[in-house]
Design a protein around this ligand. Sequence first.
Ligand code: FE2
Length: 347
Amino acid sequence: MPVSDCELVDAWRQVLDLSGIAAGRTVTVLTSSDTNAQTMRTAILAAQARGAIVNRLDLLPVNGGVSLSRDPLAYVGTTPLTGNHAALALLKASDLVLDLMTLLFSAEQHEILAAGGRILLAVEPPEILLRMVPTAEDRDRVLAASKVLRAAREMHVTSAAGTDVRFTLGDYPILEEYGFCDRPGRWDHWPSGFLATWSNEGTASGTIVLDRGDILLPQKDYVRDPVTFTIEKGYVTDIQGGLEADLLKGYMESFNDPEVYAVSHVGWGLQERAHWSVLGLYDREATIGMDSRACAGNFLWSTGPNNEAGGTRDTACHIDIPMRNCTVSLDGRAVVRDGKLVKETGE
Ligand SMILES: [Fe+2]
């Protein structure tokens, strides 16, 4: 349902306030062919009203000829910034980049952040942004749960459907997504509200069984028949199931890259304003599926790159797989039980 410019300007104002953007700061709005015009317009209005110096950088799309999907997260690694030193210089000189294009998983994003820049990704449609405009409480909830994750050395995930998988933790950083950038060098995504980390290389091991209603992204399907993943030494080594499993195998094979089978980030959702049902209410090209990624009490795991976490794996294929009704335990302590957040660890 549409939202008014006034509502979205107010939402941006809240995001900019939480990100500490004051008069004289430089905000660059990064756009491309698929950027939502209202999101861009209202971002510029809100930043200008803050007294910020506002740039707009519009870059040409890439990967259209090689990706099998229009989803911006379906083919990652190469972006319009690749080899574009002039654009990169502008972004590195900005206090805050509002990424309305999708730089995620690019080496250039890492370079901007390493230089102390901040990047906020915002590509969901305006009404989803408005429903999940970030708050300080979102940050507090994510950071409280992050303390538990940071201390853990093993994540164990089980489900009645048959999931039983373990991840050794500690070598990679924790991704705390709460929807705004309140310190230099920080990347975040509006809307969000979840935690993720990466298992130590070669350690993910066990079985993951998607149950009816679990979600594949960027396929944006609720699976109808169980899909069973065998995971050995950090890689998916077998996928069995019905139609969704066959289609997924074909999609992953199309990249012709053994690294597509690596286990990527693992974590769980903490956002009560995210809803599992939303994916079924939108056309596939109208959303990237953040409701399912952030939904409180989910287990979210993925395959593909780890360069976002400082690793060297930069495969172009990234599958995010949010699951319901799992129990997620850290060193034997449940943070999610049967798909519900355990209160004392960060609801
Ligand atoms: Fe992901």
